[in-house]
Ligand binder design. Structure first.
Ligand SMILES: Nc1nc2c(ncn2[C@@H]2O[C@H](COP(=O)(O)OP(=O)(O)OP(=O)(O)O)[C@@H](O)[C@H]2O)c(=O)[nH]1
Length: 345
């Protein structure tokens, strides 16, 4: 990999990768857009990656966009899939080439152009968190760069204790699955006061009182679960923000710094083991490829390993997009899923 990401004292360098997750409509895209403009104002432009193949309106300009490489509607048509199945398949196709995205991020590190990379994920959270490709992408990032999960929670839609609890259980399951530092962004605090959520996290009696008012059969179950989430709440980093106004983004960024330190202290060693294992597997695969070449006819067949090796002259890393190779772009206006990437001039 071009970008060496390990420093002499054994810490991984920037960019710190923020994987932004959250329920549909929680405000992920609005959050990423505001974070982009906030960081730009502070002369720290982030490196932006969009992993939502179905996203129609993108208010920010991503450096890397899955939609440049995978045509979601074509995936639906070709494989006869519904919307969610097509998103999963698009992510699967994309994840096979994710090492190229890591190389671009490696260059960000070498050229020191961005200290934060933000990864926006599909609206349907389970598509990312419970799919093999979501796991592969998370592992690729975390084994190479300091990586933090940012879970966006919609304050407006969580005012019922049962919904609040469901959201927290989901966040908790993502935390344990991802094995990464975790920040909960309590979003939309411009329209709903976040006090209720903070109180429910820290005061079981207050939550219990709120549950009393619920008549649903879920209330007993919810009360029991609230007790089991106690430890989760104790360790939890959360910050109320408004992605509309930018309120508290400075606090959020302080939390990112702390989480990145936490990654270096508590998670890096484990993730480096994953990286070494992955490297070993790649070496073994490459060796077996070379061996099979050696015993083949020897007619010099070209093998495309799909590696992006350099940038076009005069291009800034921040201007580079992953895009389909020219011979893989479909004539169809909606395009087609592709198996390789190229740099677009
Ligand atoms: N008032 C207010 N509205 C917000 C805030 N953040 C997002 N919204 C609104 O919430 C709606 C959903 O926001 P999106 O950013 O599209 O949410 P998302 O999670 O990316 O949505 P999907 O990708 O479709 O799941 C939009 O109407 C936003 O304008 C906020 O902090 N305050």
């Amino acid at each position: 990999m071009d970008g060496e990401v390990e420093s002499e004292n054994g810490t991984m360098k920037s960019p710190v990768c923020l994987i932004v997750l959250g329920m549909a409509g929680s405000g992920k895209t609005t959050f990423v857009t505001k974070l982009d403009s906030y960081l730009r104002q502070h002369k720290r432009p982030p490196y932006l990656v969009n992993l939502d193949p179905a996203c129609k309106n993108m208010p920010y300009k991503p450096n890397i966009d899955i939609r440049d490489s995978v045509r979601y509607k074509q995936v639906m048509k070709k494989y006869h899939l519904g919307p969610n199945g097509a998103i999963v398949t698009s992510l699967n196709l994309y994840s096979t080439k994710f090492n190229q995205l890591l190389e671009l991020l490696g260059k960000v590190n070498v050229e020191n152009t961005h200290d934060i990379a933000v990864i926006d994920t599909p609206g349907q959270i389970e598509v990312f968190t419970w799919s093999a490709s979501g796991q592969i992408i998370t592992e690729c990032l975390a084994s190479t760069f300091p990586t933090v999960v940012v879970y966006v929670m919609d304050l407006e839609r969580s005012t019922s204790p049962v919904t609040f609890m469901s959201n927290m259980l989901y966040a908790c399951s993502v935390l344990y699955k991802a094995k990464l530092p975790f920040i909960i962004v309590l979003n939309k605090c411009d329209i709903v006061d976040p006090t209720y959520a903070i109180e429910w996290m820290h005061d079981f009696e207050a939550f219990s009182d709120a549950i009393e008012k619920e008549t649903s059969y879920m209330s007993n179950l919810t009360r029991t679960m609230a007790l089991t989430l106690d430890e989760f709440y104790n360790e939890l980093n959360y910050v109320p923000v408004s992605s509309l106004t930018g309120y508290n983004f400075d606090e959020f960024l302080k939390m990112v710094d702390t989480a990145a330190d936490e990654f270096q202290r508590e998670y890096r060693v484990e993730w480096e083991k994953v990286r070494k294992e992955k490297l070993q597997t790649e070496i073994t695969q490459l060796n077996s490829k070379l061996n099979s070449l050696a015993v083949s006819s020897g007619e010099g067949e070209d093998i495309n390993l799909g590696i992006i090796s350099s940038l076009s002259a005069g291009r800034e890393i921040s201007d580079v997009y992953l895009a389909p190779m020219a011979n893989e772009i479909s004539d169809d206006s909606e395009g087609e899923e592709v198996s390789g990437f190229n740099l677009n001039d």
